[in-house]
Design a protein around this ligand. Sequence first.
Ligand code: FAD
Length: 351
Amino acid sequence: SAGVIETDAVIVGAGPVGLFQVFELGLLEIKAHIIDSLAYPGGQCIELYPDKPIYDIPALPVVTGKELTDNLMKQIEPFGATFHLGQEVTTVEKQEDGRFFVATSKGTQFLTKTIFIAGGVGSFQPRTLKVDGIDKHEGSQVHYRVRKPEQFAGKNLLIVGGGDSALDWALNFCGGNEDGNPHKAESVILLHRRDGFRAAPASVAKMKELCDNYEMQFIVGQVTDLDEAEDGALKGVKVTGGDGVTRVVPCDQVLVFFGLSPKLGPIAEWGLALERKQILVDTEKFQTSVPGIFAVGDINTYPGKKKLILSGFHEAALAAFGAMPIINPEKRVHLQYTTTSPKLHKVLGVE
Ligand code: FAD
């Protein structure tokens, strides 16, 4: 149909290895579409350790997860890859003409000659609150991410969690953040299972100050049940405190920040040979059991595999060369140096 994007290469996952796959394909003049379920590139480096230093990237004595991602984004800029973020690749199906049909959770569709799965430990999904009957409130009164902060202005909020997201949003909706007060809630209650936080100490201090000033409330406990009105709407939740007593906490909206956990998810259903939830590949081309589908980075396995960024970079280079005969069978590919090759300079835009 008209909406289907036809392309040579689709990359599943925009972690460090997926990003570098864009570069290696780009040097061979292959344009790529790259998809990630997260709303931003960087994979684990951004989601799990943006400010932590990495010491084993060759020739970068120290670089944080965020810096590495920013550098990769800069390095791949000349190749104009198309990013499709905030959507999970759900479907991969081989077509009769040898190409693959790829579709995402947002309905984006591709017909592609090759696929590079750089899905890492899987796609990151928010961990949910495990309480009976909570599902039907998801999206209306129970939320695991904030898409439109303005929808919570003037509301009575219960924010659950003890990490940076929970603290940051609690402060934001209290008007306690530094960049003003764009979405002040009517009231904010922060609920965490213990009186200790995995968040920036400055945020914790700010939260305590706001509590001392009665601008927000902090409760130790866990949501154990819902308090629903007759029409089924949520009017509060039942919280079992550290003292074992269960109390009703009234609220309009519940925001849960339990972090993200990676799920292999749909990748397991694409008919690829797996070994302990990793995709089996050869070490010549990093091709999977399905010709035309390659797997690079943390998602793959082979004898001696080490889940390191530098290994993923190497795999991406060989996968790109390995894909050339499928994408462009007529073209002979010679290894060229970026230092000296006028052709690569042209491709890189550095003439
Ligand atoms: P990831 O970074 O996991 O990215 C995969 C991406 O694919 C994710 O963004 C995910 O959302 C997306 N995805 C998955 N499935 C789908 C789908 N179906 N549809 C759409 N998107 C999908 N390595 C080092 O080399 N040196 C270090 O010092 C180091 N320190 C680390 C410290 C910590 C705390 C952690 C957790 C890891 C560290 N690592 C380190 C490991 C390193 O982060 C990983 O090896 C690297 O991130 C793997 O990159 P990747 O691109 O293969 O996968």
